[in-house]
Design a protein around this ligand. Structure first.
Ligand code: NCD
Ligand code: ZN
Ligand code: ZN
Length: 425
């Protein structure tokens, strides 16, 4: 195994120093390190962060390998600075058995670019009727701890209660896609001024907020852990704030696109901007940014949702919802928050690792810790070209935008997965 001596790197906000990576761990830190056997990387001007951890990734395998595979999604993740991703269960077949989650976990190991931690479905076939075999998925080689019907809401309150009760035994967590289905029938975008003008059926904020309010009460009643996926409204932030103040065991995520983009993008009728939950208003974006900075929202998660061309380049009403995120998330965070490295590490690495129970991830580079880290060039700017992305899909909402920051290198347990801005394999 090659050793690496990373010279002149700033660890988060620290002064430039050297990091020695050997045998999978950070073997040393301090200015002026030497190691005859090590490959030297000049990291002047670069910042080292703990490898990013994505709690919400759609890898599409099994079933839609034309849109993404575990391998292509893992490569996109590594290029985005990630060392671990949690793979959502809405595949075909659905990841609702020990067999399917073990298959995804094994494919992740074989690709070897990031740690792929499968998420299990809450209900059989995501149908919302009966609980999937949560215990068998937890006991499997994939050791599933997060369960989600993402793409669908666990709308039945009795089923949600039972799921929360079930996972309590092994400190699992239910990640809810908060969408009251009766309030979003036929919805195409955020319900508001723009939807009225365009004549498109709206997805009202209350459809999200009502489910979050119900679920924090259920989680409080059961004493279980709830995680709220892709929070998108100012009202949801207030529900979360109150629940956290009462001590409810709830965590929440926001996506990069909900931190940057607003519902007026629908005026283009370009389905690349169609997503669930929908892009909201500028006031929502402001509330989400403040909540993330404050910690009412715990993490940024990408909701990386690759879709094949035929599912995206069609009429708005027929297009599938979702957009790419892994290769641009850090740049969006930098754009929105500036170089607040401790905040970025907390919201994109340490806290998501803790929620997912990924003990080898989310640790700042320091002697003795597993060498899961990424090197960022904060001064670089790049133009996003969809054709250049490693994802098999092209549905990035940032096409031809100039974004700050570039991932120069990523290490997974001491092995480079990205060097010089390029995937190693
Ligand atoms: N976010 C989306 O619009 N789509 C996701 C599902 C989901 O996250 O709800 C997908 O699987 O494509
Ligand atoms: Zn969802
Ligand atoms: Zn999703």
């Amino acid at each position: 195994m090659t050793a690496y001596l990373i010279r002149n790197v700033r660890v988060l906000d620290g002064e430039p120093t050297d990091l020695l990576i050997r045998d999978g761990v950070v073997a040393g830190a301090g200015a002026g390190l030497t190691a005859d056997d090590a490959t030297v990387l000049d990291a002047t001007g670069l910042v080292a962060l703990p490898g990013l951890v994505d709690l919400h990734t759609h890898l599409r395998e099994p079933g839609r390998e034309d849109a993404e595979t575990v391998e292509s999604g893992s490569r996109a993740a590594a290029l985005g600075g990630y060392t671990a991703v949690c793979a959502m269960a809405n595949t075909s077949p659905v990841a609702d058995t020990a067999g399917v989650v073990e298959q995804v976990w094994r494919l992740g190991r074989e690709a070897g670019l990031v740690d792929v931690q499968p998420i299990g479905a809450v209900t059989v076939g995501l149908a919302g009727e009966r609980l999937a075999e949560l215990g068998a998925m937890a006991d499997s080689a994939a050791r599933v701890r997060i369960f989600s019907d993402d793409g669908h809401c666990v709308a039945d309150p009795r089923l949600m209660r039972r799921a929360l009760e079930y996972v309590k035994a092994f400190d699992g967590v239910i990640a809810q896609h908060a969408e009251e289905p009766r309030l979003t029938e036929g919805a195409q975008m955020h319900e508001g001024e723009v939807s009225t003008r365009l004549g498109l059926t709206g997805w009202p904020a209350v459809a999200e907020e009502a489910i979050i309010a119900r679920d924090v009460l259920l989680a409080e009643h059961v004493g279980s852990r709830l995680h709220v996926c892709h929070v998108s409204t100012a009202g949801s932030v207030e529900v979360l704030r109150q629940a956290k103040a009462r001590g409810v065991r709830v965590t929440a995520e926001v996506t990069p696109h909900h931190l940057l983009l607003t519902d007026d993008r629908a005026e283009t009728y370009d389905p690349v901007f169609k997503v669930n939950p929908p892009l909201r208003t500028a006031a929502d974006v402001a509330a989400l940014r403040a909540a993330l900075a404050e910690g009412v929202i715990d993490i940024i998660a990408t909701d990386h949702a690759p879709h094949a061309v035929e599912d995206k380049e069609c009429e708005w009403a027929y297009a599938r919802p979702g957009m790419l995120g892994l290769e641009t998330a850090l740049s969006i965070a930098l754009d929105v928050f500036g170089p607040r490295w401790d905040l970025i590490a907390e919201r994109m690495s340490r806290t998501p690792a803790r929620i997912a129970g990924l003990t080898g991830h989310g640790l700042d580079p320091a002697p003795g810790v597993p060498a899961n880290l990424t090197l960022v060039d904060p001064a670089a700017r790049r133009v996003i070209e969809p054709a250049e992305l490693a994802s098999r899909s092209r549905n990035t909402p940032y096409a031809r935008m100039t974004l700050p920051g570039r991932i120069v290198a990523t290490f997974l347990r001491g092995e480079p997965t990205v060097l010089d801005g390029k995937a190693v394999k």
